[in-house]
Write a protein that binds this ligand. Sequence first.
Ligand SMILES: *Cc1c(COP(=O)(O)O)cnc(C)c1O
Length: 374
Amino acid sequence: MLPYGRQSISAQDIEAVADVMRGDWLTTGPFVAAFEDAIGRLSGGHHAVSATSGTAALHMAYAAAGIGHGDEVITTPMTFIATASGASMLGAKVRFADVDEDTALINPAAVSALATERTRVIAAVDYAGQPADYDTLNEIAAAVGALTLADAAHSIGGSFQGRPVGSLADLTTFSFFPTKNLTTGEGGALVAKDALLAQRAHEFHFIGLVRDPTRFQIRDEGPWHQEVQEFGLNYRLTDIASALGLAQLTRLSDFKRRRAEITSMYNDLLSSVEGVITPAQREGADPVWHLYPLRVLDDRRREVFERMRADGIGVQVNYMPVYWHPVYANAGYRRGMCPNAEAFYKQELSLPIFPDLSDAQVERVVESLTRALR
Ligand SMILES: *Cc1c(COP(=O)(O)O)cnc(C)c1O
């Protein structure tokens, strides 16, 4: 089966990992620090904290924002559940704002209609790799005293009007799962523009340990002392994974270029195919095409999915609206809440896209799709 996404691992990646394993540090050593520096630089010079996954980074972002019972978080239903569940697990009420029908990015007017003084975070997703409209979202957030969060699991390396992903929202999270734009096996990171938010995220991912003597509540305990003032978890990324991440970062622009080539190949080959809509590109966005979200018309998505899978093409669907998951549906979230997201989901079919996908494989995908549509 041709997968819909997969990692690209070079001999240098393998060498970088092997080198760390011969050294003194397997975790929380120089490679973690260097990887965080590199992610911070890529994000426009902000503070980065690495994490064990994108899900962990989202949990860290909501914890750093101080989310709890009585707080509200506005987000998009067109995402992987972790964008919402991190806030729900901390006790917040999640409100889903509908998306634009063409790009599936969160619609600022829908966000505005839900924003109140209870809103603490507005969380957008850079669906398929295109930055959402953070300029407008930041204005809406500022008016109610909320923070903005970019779930940039799809968009690391992208930019909007020349400003890099990582610098567009107050908080940004990345995922380094193998299918994403670069990988550390499992892994993720958080970027914060504000130093205090970065510190809170760092402490949360480090069991809540405070090690700065100027902040101790217990004084004169001894030189060994460290203390916990708020609960945290162990979400630390290893040096092994960070070395892989650093090696992968040197190829991120190549990955981005190849993803753009594949996207335009699909766009060209599919322009004359009836019954499908190719992905819309947002004005001003310089995306990293993590997904190629085709839309299949006439209620034929499932049929086309099954035929292509039977034909050895690993198509995927991204995503079922988050509030359809039983954990939200059983809590009273009703279908029909976000009609654009539901309509998009009914048509969406992610075609294979990853840096090592060859031109011949792209042609094979299109032939399989054309046959499936017959
Ligand atoms: C992959 C992904 C996540 C979660 O990242 P993991 O590293 O798999 O935990 C969160 N949000 C979106 C939009 C994703 O695609």
